[in-house]
Design a protein around this ligand. Structure first.
Ligand code: FE2
Length: 304
């Protein structure tokens, strides 16, 4: 079955490493795990591996790469061949290139983003452990999401990138946005697990980052996330509402470099036999923001 287990990490480019680290620690509520001169490594409290967010010092914001965790080295090699057969050049990131990580394979997907697959990363566990655990650890700060949940990226050729993730990497398309005449795909929501999406693409410029979504428990936690953002004078783009697509509950905001973040709750689960849900372009406002039924202007324009 699927060789890919889940989303593993996102490396974000940030302009002020210290300010960004403080934001991801205190406002998002991630735990700082390690750092060197150019990078800070963080994880959410409910994640077992060493890190899921890497902040990398850079001149401009955006996503350096995102990575998916694969079952083991054998599966990694099989996928490496499949990626190359599709026509994407791959290269190896050697063990120890970044803290706590083993070898990874890296490649450019049809939208120009760089993606890695890996199986080896240091296991550190959580504060609650996995024997008779409490439901949550003490001393949580900020929004304190359970985990990194998904990413939304933009690109020009949504059909081809969808074909890459479904045919090569084994993702399923849970939802799509199409033009009213059905000729063109404008959005694609893809899952490798049974969540509504682990990764999504919307039509736009190639190699741009739209947002990283962090999972919180429920609607109240989305509201509380907005309280925490306001308390910290963070720029909130979209106050708490519901998505038509995924049915998730959401609040959108920006990190100090302008990379968009989301606190995301609920959303349905999917099974392999479910059909792909279709949204037509004329209903895109309702699909994205179910209550206001229209897009916020910055939502399609602010990309990093
Ligand atoms: Fe999202």
């Amino acid at each position: 079955m699927n060789s890919i287990l889940r989303i593993g990490r996102i490396e974000l480019r940030v302009m002020d490493l210290e300010l960004s680290a403080e934001y991801y620690r205190n406002v998002i509520g991630l735990e700082e795990m390690a750092r060197d001169n150019e990078r800070v490594y963080l994880k959410a409290w409910d994640e077992y591996d060493h890190h899921s967010i890497i902040l990398k010092k850079a001149d401009a914001p955006g996503m350096d790469h995102m990575a998916f965790k694969v079952k083991g080295p054998y599966e990694l090699e099989v996928l490496e061949r499949k990626v190359e057969q599709f026509g994407c050049k791959t290269w190896r990131i050697s063990h120890g290139s970044r803290i706590a990580e083993g070898e990874a394979i890296r490649f450019e997907i049809p939208t120009g983003h760089e993606v890695e697959l890996y199986s080896d990363i240091e296991f550190v566990g959580t504060g609650t452990g996995f024997t008779n655990p409490d439901p949550w650890p003490d001393n949580l700060r900020g929004i304190a999401p359970h985990r990194l949940d998904h990413a939304l990226l933009t690109g020009n050729d949504i059909e081809t990138v969808t074909r890459f993730f479904t045919e090569v990497l084994g993702f399923r398309q849970t939802e799509k946005i199409i033009t009213v005449d059905g000729e063109q795909m404008l959005g694609s929501f893809l899952a490798i697990t049974n969540t509504a999406h682990d990764l999504a693409f919307v039509k736009g410029p190639d190699n741009k980052f739209h947002h990283a979504g962090f999972h919180v428990d429920n609607w109240y936690e989305v509201l509380k996330a907005a309280d925490i953002l306001s308390k910290n004078k963070i720029n909130i783009e979209v106050t708490p509402t519901r998505h038509g697509i995924t049915r998730g509950q959401t609040v959108y905001f920006f990190d100090p470099s302008g990379n968009r973040n989301e606190a995301f709750a609920s959303g349905y689960i999917t099974y392999a036999d479910f059909p792909t849900i279709t949204w037509t372009e004329d209903q895109i406002g309702t699909g994205i923001f179910y209550h206001r039924r229209e897009l916020v202007e910055s939502f399609s324009k602010a990309l990093t």
